[in-house]
Design a protein around this ligand. Sequence first.
Ligand code: PKZ
Length: 168
Amino acid sequence: MGKVFHVDKQIANKNVEDSITEWTKVVKYGDINAENRLFGGTLMAWIDEVAGTVAMRHSGNPIATAAIDNMQFKQGALLGDVLVMIGKITYVGKTSMEVRVDTYVEDVKTGMRHVLNRAYLTEVCIDHDGSPCTVPYGLNVKTENEKAEWEGAIKRRELRKQRRMEGF
Ligand SMILES: CCCCCCCCCCCCCCCC(=O)SCCNC(=O)CCNC(=O)[C@H](O)C(C)(C)COP(=O)(O)OP(=O)(O)OC[C@H]1O[C@@H](n2cnc3c(N)ncnc32)[C@H](O)[C@@H]1OP(=O)(O)O
């Protein structure tokens, strides 16, 4: 586990582009089921890793995934497909961050990308004993898109809170 920041409040802001993370993966034999399709669980693990990397790059701190929203598979990916995964931070709370990960299948002939999955993940900064700690950096929200994501994140946060209060 990396070094842990110990701050009571956020010390500075970072930009969304400071931690944007893009991964390209080719679907290989070890990733597919008997129908030559990418396992959903494998994709979930990759999404988790992309989001975790974004959150670690934003906070400079160890993190844990608290929640993953919305794992709809809009289409499947097949053996040999090229996947592009783009993760970006959308919101920073006191100890948690929301990260959006978009996954596309890219047609290598045309460069066209088709959406496979969109997920929002809640990543929490943790200290040496695994307890939540302050995210050292806030977020500069500059563009209209970034503002819309931030406002959407506040609504999603409320929904998650409500779900937790209802016990699931
Ligand atoms: C330096 C650069 C290096 C880059 C190089 C990268 C290298 C490559 C990286 C690979 C990256 C892999 C990334 C994998 C990441 C895992 O796989 S982690 C493993 C799976 N996850 C876990 O084990 C977590 C288990 N859960 C827990 O430990 C605790 O529930 C947590 C998450 C620490 C939260 O603790 P808690 O006491 O319940 O927290 P609580 O005080 O109630 O809430 C704290 C915050 O979390 C939020 N929260 C808590 N529970 C939830 C929930 N269920 N839903 C939504 N929000 C929640 C709260 O709203 C609150 O937010 P703020 O208002 O403070 O912003």
